[in-house]
Design a protein around this ligand. Structure first.
Ligand SMILES: Nc1ncnc2c1ncn2[C@@H]1O[C@H](COP(=O)(O)OP(=O)(O)O)[C@@H](O)[C@H]1O
Ligand SMILES: [Mg+2]
Length: 258
């Protein structure tokens, strides 16, 4: 597989406002966000509901423009979506009328790149251990299996930036922990820039090389915590507990008065 180029993704003075539906007011989804991220990083974005996490991903994906400020990849402004910035959502977005194999192959086929790349589809099926389910339809799969398919369906484009919006939020606790390892294993092969939104502080620490903590009204970054520890990480280790306490305190759930 071709190596991804090294990318630097920058948000500079980024604000995003939305008009409220009910009245004339605006929601300050993001206020003056500065953030630099690069290939090799696994960024975890945590924060309460409504603090602008999904908005950051949608801006990075090029699905919406910022109100002020700019988003660049290696200096070039992001203005529209691209397969180089692949997105995985909480609900697996699969075509119900296509088999697992055809769902995975879909974007290559759309780009006229399937011929000669059939082995890639095969490799992706193998990566997620679903070779025996290639002819099944999404409706026949468990939540975890469907999310695996959605993940490799995005990865097959070899995105240089992988964004994940609460990708494991709909899974039970055990499937979720297995999937955390699977996503990390896949990411560690290519070390592309991954930016993942999660509600779960432990998941953020377990997976991230960096945890960005956000707050709402207006949406903003309140902490940027590097997690340089080796993988796999021990959820019960002293350092893990220290990271957890530090992040929970930032989120005002530390059990102490701030
Ligand atoms: N398309 C939209 N139109 C109006 N308001 C929006 C839109 N998208 C997001 N918002 C508002 O912006 C804020 C941040 O939303 P979002 O980024 O989805 O938060 P999070 O993902 O952290 O829960 C919320 O108050 C939300 O209601
Ligand atoms: Mg969200």
């Amino acid at each position: 597989m071709a190596e991804n180029r090294h990318v630097t993704l920058k948000l500079e003075g980024v604000s995003k406002s939305f008009a409220k539906v009910e009245n004339d007011e605006v929601t300050h989804a993001l206020n003056n966000v500065d953030l630099t991220m690069e290939s090799g990083e696994f960024i975890s974005l945590v924060g309460p509901s409504g603090c602008g996490k999904s908005t950051i991903l949608r801006l990075v994906a090029g699905l919406i423009p910022p109100t002020t400020g700019k988003i660049t990849v290696n200096g070039q402004e992001v203005t529209k979506p691209s397969p180089e910035r692949g997105m995985v959502f909480q609900k697996p977005t699969l075509f119900p009328w296509l088999t697992v194999e055809k769902n995975i192959a879909f974007s290559l086929q759309m780009q006229g790149k399937l011929k000669g790349n059939e082995d890639k589809v095969e490799r992706m099926l193998k990566t997620i251990g679903l070779e025996d389910f290639r002819d099944d339809y999404p409706g026949q799969l468990s939540g975890g299996m469907a999310q695996r398919v959605a993940l490799v369906r995005t990865l097959i484009n070899e995105p240089e930036i992988l964004t994940l919006d609460e990708p494991l939020g709909a899974l039970d606790a055990f499937t979720r922990m297995n999937m955390q390892d699977e996503i990390l294993n896949i990411w560690r092969q290519k070390k592309q820039l991954a930016v993942m939104v999660t509600h779960d502080v432990d998941e953020a620490i377990y997976m991230g090389t960096r945890v960005i903590v956000m707050e709402a009204n207006p949406g903003r970054i309140v902490a940027d915590i590097p997690i340089p520890d080796e993988y796999p990480r021990d959820r019960s280790s002293q350092t893990f507990v220290e990271y957890r306490n530090r992040i929970l305190n930032k989120l005002h759930y530390g059990g102490k008065h701030q």
